[in-house]
Design a protein around this ligand. Structure first.
Ligand SMILES: N[C@@H](CCC(=O)N[C@@H](CS)C(=O)NCC(=O)O)C(=O)O
Length: 218
């Protein structure tokens, strides 16, 4: 495969360390043992305006290889998985399942869990925060119950390990917290994903790249 460069941050606040979304790209690259370079940016500093041509929302990750450029972590995973049986089976039925579950992680699970986790972090001192979070819990519980039912006794969402599991485990790890405690199979699934050696290598690589300084030397 072509020489790969991804963007990542060299500094983020403590709460975000180990959660930044380049993690899923690093994880996929580690699964296929593909070396890559990292273009480091500081989350606390203004990014160079040229970066917007690569990532229009000024976020990480962005991705480049000799064939072109991508942004959006899901799109990057899909690209990396082309012709990579280890990330996405070529057999149409599981391939279609994995594609659906990749998007489900991003579009059907993350948006439901994300505010429940992030709102208290950023607005925990506001009076409206607790009732707002409480109002979102029933829908999250229902969605997780349906995810749990769909996973059932399976080890991975599409039968074999795929990019769908990379994204779903990332979402459950970053935004699932204790919300999944009532679902034994989801707890085991998340633990199974995190236990993969490629995940540990990706996590370590993200931490190793936090070499920057906080803004204003805070
Ligand atoms: N939908 C994008 C989201 C990327 C994203 O949220 N990146 C965060 C880090 S996890 C970021 O760059 N935040 C800095 C900012 O928004 O200024 C993807 O999945 O790639």
């Amino acid at each position: 495969m072509a020489t790969i460069t991804i963007s990542a941050f060299n500094w983020v606040p403590d709460f975000a360390r180990g959660q930044v979304r380049d993690l899923v790209v690093r994880w996929a690259l580690e699964e296929i043992q593909q070396p890559y370079q990292v273009h480091l940016l500081n989350a606390g500093a203004v990014r160079p305006t040229e970066y917007l041509a690569w990532q229009p929302f000024d976020q990480v990750p962005a991705y480049r290889d000799e064939t072109g450029e991508l942004f959006e972590s899901g799109a990057i995973l899909l690209h990396l998985a082309q012709d990579r049986e280890l990330l996405l089976p070529s057999d149409p039925a599981p391939r279609m399942q994995a594609t659906s579950w990749l998007f489900a992680a991003l579009n059907s699970i993350e948006p439901i869990l994300r505010p429940i986790t992030l709102m208290p972090l950023f607005n925990g001192d506001k009076e409206w925060c607790s009732p707002a979070v409480a109002s979102m819990l029933p829908m999250a519980e229902k969605r997780l119950e349906l995810l749990s039912n769909a996973l059932g006794e399976k080890e991975w969402l599409a039968g074999q390990f795929t990019i769908a599991d990379i994204m779903m485990v990332y979402v459950l790890r970053s935004f699932g917290g204790e919300l999944i405690n009532d679902f034994g199979n989801l707890l085991a699934y998340r633990a199974r994903g995190i236990a993969r050696p490629a995940f540990s290598r990706a996590l370590q690589a993200q931490y190793d790249d936090f070499t920057g300084e906080p803004p204003h030397g805070d």
